[in-house]
Design a protein around this ligand. Structure first.
Ligand code: ADP
Ligand code: 5GP
Length: 187
């Protein structure tokens, strides 16, 4: 069976950047596309970054027991990993890579145990997170504020992860991530 690699961090820490880098590295990784009830931002497309659903559709999937895990990550904004998505990737013979919030990350790790590696991406500071989110330019000031408000709490989860990678210098963080993932897949 394929292995599972989980990346979690506060929003703006650099998860997507690092996950996209790993996806380009011939490691037989496939991205677990989550479902969400938030609106697409920028160039995001249904079935690429996320499966975008209305809050009602999302609730219907919860009631149908379609999720391996789901969280209300921000008020009224639901995100979840579909069981069918993980199965699809494992059936294809791939290793699964997740970009999920800290609670989802801990839950997936508990579920898959030694078959999963959980990685926490640590930003240098909360102020730097704000700067990165502002520079990314994809979220309104209110949304950036709600993300920053949650970041301090999310940082307290770091010790529960198998590995913590500091993302101060992006090139160093990418190299470290590549090494830990390669080592884990070779085990
Ligand atoms: P996340 O997926 O964790 O929300 P992103 O990968 O979208 O974060 O990164 C947030 C923003 O910060 C992006 O614009 C990205 O290019 C930038 N970024 C990522 N890592 C660094 C870094 N080490 N230094 C400066 N900017 C960074
Ligand atoms: P964003 O809106 O920036 O894409 O994501 C916001 C947060 O939701 C990030 O921390 C991201 O990792 C998390 N997230 C994305 N998909 C899932 C998921 O399927 N489950 C959980 N628990 N969190 C998710």
């Amino acid at each position: 069976m394929g292995k599972l690699i989980i990346f979690s961090a506060p929003s703006g820490a650099g998860k997507s950047t690092i996950v996209n880098y790993l996806l380009s590295q011939n490691l037989n990784l496939q991205f677990s596309i989550s479902a969400t009830s938030r609106q697409p931002r920028g160039t995001e497309k249904h079935g690429i970054e996320y499966y975008f659903h209305s809050p009602d559709e999302f609730r219907h999937k919860i009631a149908n027991d379609e999720f391996l895990e789901y969280e209300e990550v921000y008020k009224d904004k639901f995100y979840g990993t579909l069981k069918s998505e993980v199965q699809r990737i494992l059936d294809n013979g791939g290793n699964v890579i997740f970009d999920v919030d800290v609670i989802g990350g801990c839950n997936i790790k508990k579920f898959y145990g030694d078959n999963a590696l959980s990685v926490f991406i640590q930003p240098p500071s909360i102020n730097e997170l704000r700067t990165r989110l502002e520079k990314r330019g994809t979220d309104s000031p209110e949304i950036i504020e709600s993300r920053i408000e949650k970041a301090e709490y999310e940082m307290t989860f770091a010790p529960q992860f198998d590995i913590v990678i500091q993302n101060d210098n992006l090139e160093e963080a990418k190299a470290k991530a590549l090494k830990v993932v390669k080592d884990f897949l070779a085990k």
